[in-house]
Design a protein around this ligand. Structure first.
Ligand code: ADP
Ligand code: MG
Length: 208
C-alpha cells in the first residue's frame, strides 16, 4: 500500500474511531471513569484534521505513523493519550524509510508499538488493558508477514478482537478498574476494544 492510500486508510480509521465514541464511553462508564470514548474521539478528530491538512507531507510510512502518534499524544488527555500516542510513535519509528505499507510493516508497527507501550506503562498480557488486544494482534501478524494485507488483515483483526474479549475474564491491574477488583470481571476493557477497532477499521477499508 502506497502512502496516499495509507492516508486514506487512516482517515477512514479516524472517522470510524470518532463514530465509536458512544460505544467506548459506555464501556468506560462500567469499569472506568467514562472518559475513554471522549478522549479517543478528540484524538482521532485531531488526526482527521491533520491528515486533511495540505501541509501534512510525511516523508515515509514511518514518519506518517510517528506524526499521528504525536498528534494523539498532544490532543488526548488521560492514560490513553500517552498509551496510544506511544504505540503509533514507537511503531512509526521502526518504519523509518519504508515507503510501502505491507503486512511486514504492520507486523513491525504492532510489535515495536507493543514493546514501547510495555516500556512506558508496564502492562503485560493478562493485565486487562489495550495490551491484550495489541499483543494478540502483534503475535498473529508475525505469522502472516508473507501474505498480502488483504489476506492478513482479517486474521489480525480477529486476533485483536479475541484478545480484547478475553479481558472480560481478567481482574484489572491498572487504572480505575483496579479499584473494582473482582467486580470488573465480566466487563471488557475499553482500551482493548479501541485497539481492536483500529485494526478492524483498517481491515474494513482494505476489503472495500
Ligand atoms: P484514564 O484511565 O486516564 O481514564 P482512558 O479512560 O482514556 O484513561 O483509558 C483507559 C484505557 O487505557 C484502559 O482501558 C486501558 O486499556 C488503557 N491503559 C491504562 N493503563 C495502561 C497501561 N499501563 N498500559 C497499557 N494500557 C493502559
Ligand atoms: Mg477513563
Amino acid at each position: 500500500m502506497n502512502l496516499p492510500t495509507l492516508h486514506n486508510m487512516m482517515l477512514f480509521v479516524a472517522e470510524k474511531m470518532v463514530e465509536s465514541e458512544p460505544t467506548l464511553t459506555a464501556l468506560d462508564q462500567v469499569i472506568g471513569d467514562g472518559d475513554h470514548g471522549i478522549g479517543m474521539k478528540r484524538g482521532f478528530a485531531a488526526v482527521m484534521v491533520q491528515i486533511n491538512d495540505p501541509n501534512f507531507n510525511p516523508k515515509d510510512v514511518g514518519d506518517f505513523f510517528t506524526q499521528i502518534g504525536t498528534k494523539l499524544m498532544t490532543s488526548m488527555s488521560g492514560a490513553s493519550g500517552a498509551i496510544f500516542g506511544t504505540f503509533f510513535r514507537a511503531g512509526g519509528k521502526s518504519l523509518s524509510g519504508v515507503t510501502d505499507f505491507t503486512t511486514q510493516a504492520l507486523a513491525d508497527l504492532l510489535n515495536h508499538g507493543w514493546q514501547a507501550v510495555y516500556a512506558r506503562g508496564n502492562a503485560k498480557p493478562g493485565d486487562k488493558t489495550m495490551v491484550d488486544a495489541l499483543a494478540a494482534a502483534a503475535e498473529k501478524a508475525a505469522t502472516l508477514t508473507t501474505c498480502d494485507l488483504k489476506t492478513a488483515l482479517p486474521q489480525i483483526a480477529d486476533a485483536a478482537m479475541a484478545g480484547a474479549e478475553k479481558t472480560k475474564q481478567m481482574v484489572a491491574v491498572f487504572g480505575r478498574a483496579k479499584n473494582l477488583g473482582e467486580r470488573a470481571v465480566g466487563h471488557v476493557d475499553p482500551g482493548s476494544i479501541s485497539m481492536a477497532y483500529i485494526i478492524k477499521y483498517m481491515n474494513e477499508f482494505i476489503q472495500k
